[in-house]
Design a protein around this ligand. Structure first.
Ligand SMILES: *[C@@H]1O[C@H](CO)[C@@H](O)[C@H](O)[C@H]1NC(C)=O
Ligand SMILES: *[C@@H]1O[C@H](CO)[C@@H](O)[C@H](O)[C@H]1NC(C)=O
Ligand SMILES: *[C@@H]1O[C@H](CO)[C@@H](O)[C@H](O)[C@H]1NC(C)=O
Ligand SMILES: *[C@@H]1O[C@H](CO)[C@@H](O)[C@H](O)[C@H]1NC(C)=O
Ligand SMILES: CC(=O)N[C@H]1CO[C@H](CO)[C@@H](O)[C@@H]1O
Length: 460
């Protein structure tokens, strides 16, 4: 299996921007290695809900797809076998009648990502980047957790599926579409969904896709991504660790010209671990190093190489999706929308910068089935409040105190990251990264005068 070829072809399509990778730890309750705090409420939350008389009006959920087959393979390591009869079965309790709807009103375009994945058939018959049977179950269980909180007598949703109340949108990739299906099945059950016959998932054409950092329409996103994925050696400390890993694997990048990316090795490793497949000892020994360095590269790929790029980067990578979610909140407050639950089936590439915007990035790779929820409440006086949650746990939203943030404060605090279509387009094609780099150079040369350093491993 030509790993180099895979990496080359991939470029930033799929492998990078739909940044692969995953983690054995998930937001599920089963993982032994799962050390994420999943307690659904903070201790004071239910008290605050009753004290203020908060009533839930709407919840929007961004979730990462479940466990999948790898997108990358490690050079000089024997491939793991992903048997299609084990890992590519459709779970009957997630199988129901579903339609896909194009948001452009025409037929859904062929997915370039799927076209790319389908070229790599893994040992065992599964295709790269596909949601596995385990991944389906993880998403189903996320759906069940949503059901337990939001469905029932006096709750946000009736147990009967009403298409006006539930909006589902996915990126145009099989594993996210299938993940959305499994979440829906977990919320309503396949009998109800089949009886209703009206469940659908909306898909945007690539040119308008906001559910992932979109390098196809935004050259600023592409350049930020490229800087991290190709020139990751600029990140202090990476090169030394990379050379060590290459030596262990017997990879000689100086002759091949292709530096081994930690994200590649991590992706392969995590997919094996999630599915209980063998991981070679020499990789296991380096797992902590691979994890940390890969996560660091991933962070820079979506949040910029330098602190000075951060605000711009996350505004361009996750801002459009957040802007869409804020519009839904506004529509709910105005009473112009009946949608109570919005489900967005996405990737780690969106989850990570979203947590950065919310002010609560935990420094880790978002695990399979990780979810961010934006809950909109109204109090007795009719004032609105927002609670954000990551893997169930309430977050401190940037600048707010406690779990609940006044809607007006929430908007004030995140407004610098919101972006309308026209501004997005304008910024995307601007030379703003060059400007930032130039400012940094001026800044750096001043510092060098001070401390005499001749060369800095600048990220830009
Ligand atoms: C629901 O419908 C799907 C196909 O549309 C079918 O395969 C499945 O068996 C049905 N499940 C139930 C429980 O009715
Ligand atoms: C995996 O399952 C999907 C959905 O049932 C199917 O379209 C695809 O052909 C299967 N792939 C393999 C390699 O079995
Ligand atoms: C992805 O989904 C399409 C449409 O359902 C299907 O034709 C294709 O075989 C799927 N690809 C894989 C790799 O399962
Ligand atoms: C790479 O991993 C090593 C070992 O865990 C760690 O000390 C180092 O800080 C990591 N490098 C980066 C850039 O995160
Ligand atoms: C970063 C930011 O805008 N923080 C503000 C969030 O909202 C609170 C309450 O209005 C302000 O005090 C913060 O300054």
């Amino acid at each position: 299996m030509g790993w180099w070829r895979l990496k080359r072809v991939t470029g930033y399509l799929g492998a990078v921007v739909v940044c692969g990778g995953c983690v054995a730890r998930t937001c599920l309750t089963d993982g032994a290695s799962d050390n994420i705090d999943r307690s659904p409420q903070r201790s004071g939350d239910s008290e605050e809900i009753s004290r203020r008389g908060l009533k839930l009006q709407q919840v929007q959920v961004f979730f990462r797809h479940g466990a999948r087959t790898p997108i990358h393979l490690t050079p000089n390591i024997e491939q793991a076998s992903y048997r299609a009869d084990i890992h590519n079965r459709t779970l009957p309790h997630t199988d129901f009648k579903l339609t896909l709807k194009s948001l452009a009103g025409d037929t859904i375009e062929k997915s370039l990502y799927e076209l790319h994945y389908s070229k790599t058939v893994l040992q065992g018959g599964c295709v790269s980047g596909s949601l596995t049977t385990l991944g389906q179950q993880q998403m189903f269980e996320l759906g069940q957790r949503l059901r337990s909180e939001y469905v029932g007598q006096g709750a946000l949703l009736d147990p009967t599926f009403k298409k006006e109340q539930v909006y589902v949108r996915s990126t145009n990739i099989n594993r996210t579409i299938a993940s959305a299906r499994c979440v829906l099945a977990g919320i309503f059950g396949v009998h109800e969904l089949n009886d209703s016959g009206s469940a659908s998932i909306s898909i945007s054409p690539q040119k308008d896709e906001v559910l992932l950092p979109n390098p196809h329409v935004c050259s600023v996103v592409r350049d930020i991504n490229h800087a991290a994925m190709i020139h990751f050696d600029n990140i202090p400390g990476i090169q030394q660790d990379r050379l060590h890993l290459e030596k262990i694997l017997g990879v000689d990048s100086s002759t091949s010209g292709h530096k081994l990316n930690f994200i590649v090795v991590r992706d392969d490793m995590i997919a094996r671990q999630a599915h209980g497949l063998h991981v070679p000892e020499k990789l296991l020994l380096l797992q902590a190093m691979i994890e940390r360095n890969a996560t660091r590269i991933m962070y820079h790929a979506f949040c910029g190489q330098h602190e000075a790029e951060l605000e711009l980067a996350v505004r361009m990578t996750a801002g459009p999706a957040l802007t869409m979610a804020v519009k839904e909140m506004k529509a709910c407050i105005k009473g112009s929308s009946q949608q109570r639950v919005c489900l967005y089936s996405v990737h780690d590439s969106l989850i990570l910068p979203l947590t950065v915007i919310l002010g609560s990035y935990d420094g880790r790779w978002p695990p399979f089935a990780a979810d961010i929820r934006l809950e909109l409440y109204a109090d007795k006086q009719g004032e609105h409040w927002v609670r954000a949650r990551y893997c169930g746990k309430a977050l401190n939203i940037r600048g707010c105190h406690g779990s609940f943030c006044k809607y007006s404060d929430f908007i004030k605090n995140i407004s610098q990251f919101l972006v309308e279509k026209e501004d997005y387009k304008r910024i995307c094609s601007s030379n703003i990264l060059k400007k930032i780099a130039k400012d940094l150079l001026v800044h750096d040369s001043k510092e060098e005068d001070d401390d005499g350093r001749s060369e800095r491993p600048a990220g830009l």
